[in-house]
Design a protein around this ligand. Structure first.
Ligand code: PBG
Length: 330
């Protein structure tokens, strides 16, 4: 019997040495494409570690400034701020109060790092409402789309006045991008960019985030966030947001939605970002802590796969650490 042979077609040729693999790598990660989501809590004396997100902290205003400096020094592209207010109410008053935690944190970070990072803020009411929904409620307890839009417009102005470079609309209300764009422009904030979380799914992978912002939600967000079953609907959401003036669109979560991300990346004229959410972080940290997977390689592969699927930039809780690894490898 003759020895079987692949003939002349040997893909392993390009995998033989690190130099060949490096030269033929189709996708690369760069610190500039990473955005770090961070939590800042009102009235906190010391940074507070989150049980379900090992390594992630709720920051004080001071520790947030230090975190932002570390992120800027690591060369990442931006920071996304989430506020945890001390008091909550039905309409999320803290979100539009210039002295509210998120707005003062935006000003703190801008004062600290200037334009070394793109300073971004989550524009949504769920951290500020006592019922934990992303909008205001009607008398019968459903989320009132159009009344919520007025709150988002006011929130956008508060964030722009605090100095945000970009506002991240994560509430999934219909019309939110257009209303916020109009409100910003009417107040002269033409320069503030709008990131629309265009294809945001009602996902179980936001679980640890609920601890991070001490969410008081009882129930779910399925009347406004997308059904995980739906792929084509993402194209519709993205088209609406682009038509309404979104500068950037987002797919969220990332790892369970790489098909959606690839679709959106292939067909969208504006930058497409993806959010590797809290549950994705928690799963990899938990398995790594047990020695079931290699932490650094799993983290790197997970973010690389999101980039490969088409994300131009990635929000990830590992942004600063990963940027450090990438610098080491250069
Ligand atoms: C809404 C918002 C959420 C996340 C980001 N923005 C929570 C939600 O929609 O339920 C989740 C991010 C994560 O899980 O890391 N303000």
């Amino acid at each position: 019997m003759t020895t079987p042979s692949p003939g002349r077609l040997r893909p392993r040729r390009l995998r033989r040495t690190p130099a060949l693999r490096r030269l033929t790598a189709q996708t690369r990660l760069h610190p500039a494409d990473l955005v770090l989501p961070v939590f800042v809590r009102e009235g906190l004396d010391e940074p507070h570690a989150l049980t379900s997100m090992p390594g992630v902290l709720q920051h004080t205003r001071d520790s947030l400034r230090r975190e932002a400096v570390r992120a800027a020094e690591a060369g990442i592209g931006g920071i996304m701020l989430f506020g945890v207010p001390a008091h909550r109410d039905a309409t999320g008053t803290g979100a539009t109060d210039p002295d509210g935690i998120l707005n003062v944190a935006i000003a703190d970070v801008v004062a600290e790092v200037g334009e070394a990072l793109v300073v971004q803020a989550d524009l949504c009411l769920d951290e500020f409402t006592d019922h934990g929904h992303c909008g205001v409620l009607t008398a019968d307890g459903t989320v009132d789309n159009d009344a919520t839009l007025e709150r988002y417009a006011a929130m956008a102005l508060a964030q722009a006045q605090a100095g945000a470079h970009l506002v991240g609309l994560s509430g999934m209300m219909d019309g939110q991008t257009g209303v916020v764009r109009d409100a910003l422009d009417a107040a002269g904030h033409h320069e503030v960019a709008v990131l629309a979380y265009a294809a945001k799914y009602a996902s179980a992978f936001y679980g640890p985030f609920r601890e991070a912002v001490e969410s008081q939600l009882d129930g779910d967000r399925r009347t406004y966030q997308m059904d995980p079953a739906n792929r084509r609907e993402a194209a519709r959401e993205v088209a609406i947001d682009v038509a309404e003036g979104a500068d950037v669109v987002m797919v969220k979560p990332a790892m369970s939605y790489l098909d959606v991300l690839a679709d959106v990346a292939a067909s969208t004229p504006v930058p497409v970002w993806a959010y590797q959410v809290s549950g994705e972080y928690a799963m990899i940290e938990a398995a790594s802590a047990r020695g079931w997977i290699g932490r650094r390689s799993a983290v790197t592969e997970s973010v690389l796969s999101i980039r490969r699927a088409g994300a131009d930039a990635i929000l990830t809780y590992w942004a600063t650490e990963l940027a450090g690894w990438l610098a080491e490898e250069r």
